[in-house]
Design a binder for this molecule. Structure first.
Ligand SMILES: *Cc1c(COP(=O)(O)O)cnc(C)c1O
Length: 372
């Protein structure tokens, strides 16, 4: 097959030809032309959250997790104490990396099919004054559930605690406004809803807490304060930038603006999600989450109960037909996931449903009905 397959995954995503073509050029990392791209990109990122007055944005090399780790290391003092409300795999990852950075971490567990509770966070902050920061995963990509960012932000503000938001899979799709929402740091990456290619993250840091971040990081490469100061002085990244990734993200953000920004992107993803869920329902498939807690980013489906079902064969069948699915991340129930994000629309989602229908038929499975 000479056409790229459609990626129905939470990143890397299907990108536009324009974004891909932006990578066909070599840039010198010290060159003024490249520095101008970095500066323009940082400005556009701040535009998206209306954050020019309140925040700076610091890009960092690496996948999204590198930026989460860097945000914790940079924002949280070494004797800090982080509360991590946990309703899924990315929450657990945030708790683990916080601990590995040498910060105290308390994980507050919730059910995987429910949003975390802001009231429970409030209660915990009331009873444990030693907590300095809360790390919240906005959209828990492990299941696709949306967590109550505004409510948790209000609770953190009330208690005077720092809030670090992993908005990796929600940024640019779900509304986030830095004027309405107080957060100390918010993390996203190039290869998610901005529809760039993977390879860099970026962290919005509240100006009011920036100076106090100096010297917190125990890591040289992950020190966002240092990256910010250096970039401010020189216009350059501290260490080799992912030049092609930056150029692609610059082009992707231009298209994001042309499309109509965050509201337009949310509308397209919402339509993708509805097309997918409705089409799959006709085949008997059942989503793991209730519709009211489902973010239009990625949908977890129960695996069919039929004895012939096998994820590997199912995956291969969809792949042969041009679609890349994603395995489930739950330990107790068998599931698979289908992303709704990327440079795709209703037609691609409908074709994906058709590919699933054909694959089921090929496997001798009459429909996708899960176990009771
Ligand atoms: C994608 C994602 C990350 C980062 O994962 P990487 O594999 O490091 O890019 C972190 N948090 C959430 C919620 C994500 O969706």
């Amino acid at each position: 097959m000479d056409r790229d397959r459609i990626l129905l995954t939470p990143g890397p995503l299907t990108t536009t030809l324009r974004t891909k073509l932006a990578m066909l050029k070599d840039w010198g990392s010290w060159d003024a032309d490249f520095n101008a791209i970095t500066a323009r990109l940082r400005g556009r990122l701040l535009d998206i959250v209306d954050g020019h007055d309140t925040h700076v944005v610091v890009p960092l090399q690496g996948s999204g997790t590198f930026s989460v780790e860097a945000a914790v290391a940079t924002l949280v003092p070494r004797d800090g104490h982080v509360l991590v409300p946990d309703n899924g795999a990315y929450c657990k990852r945030a708790g683990k990396l916080t601990q590995m950075m040498g910060r105290k971490a308390t994980v507050l567990p919730f059910a995987e099919d429910q949003p975390v509770s802001a009231a429970a966070v409030d209660e915990r902050l009331k009873t444990d004054a030693s907590i300095t920061h809360v790390v919240l995963i906005h959209c828990e990509t492990g299941t696709g559930v949306e967590n109550p960012l505004a409510d948790v932000a209000a609770v953190c503000r009330k208690h005077g605690k720092g809030l670090i938001v992993d908005a990796m899979s929600s940024f640019a799709a779900l509304p986030i406004n830095a004027r309405e929402l107080q957060f100390d740091a918010l993390i996203a990456a190039s290869g998610k809803c901005l529809e760039g290619v993977p390879g860099m993250g970026f962290v919005f840091i509240r100006k009011a807490v920036l100076d106090a971040c100096a010297g917190n990081s125990q890591s040289l490469a992950m020190d966002l304060h240092d990256q910010h100061v250096y970039m401010g002085k020189t216009g350059q990244w501290r260490f080799t930038p992912p030049t092609h990734v930056v150029a692609a993200l610059d082009e992707a953000t231009a298209q994001f603006v042309e499309e109509g920004g965050q509201p337009a992107r949310l509308a397209r993803y919402t339509d993708n999600c509805r097309t997918l869920v409705d089409g799959m329902a006709k085949l008997g498939f059942k989503p793991f989450l209730k519709p009211e807690v489902q973010a239009p980013i990625i949908v977890t489906f129960h695996a069919p109960a039929h004895a012939h079902y096998d994820f590997k064969r199912f995956y291969d069948g969809a792949k042969q037909r041009g679609f890349i699915l994603y395995p489930g991340k739950l330990t107790e129930v068998e599931t698979f996931r289908v992303g709704c994000i990327g440079a795709i629309g209703r037609n691609e989602m409908q074709q994906a449903v058709n590919a699933v229908a054909e694959t089921l038929a090929e496997m001798g499975i009459p429909d996708g009905t899960p176990a009771r």
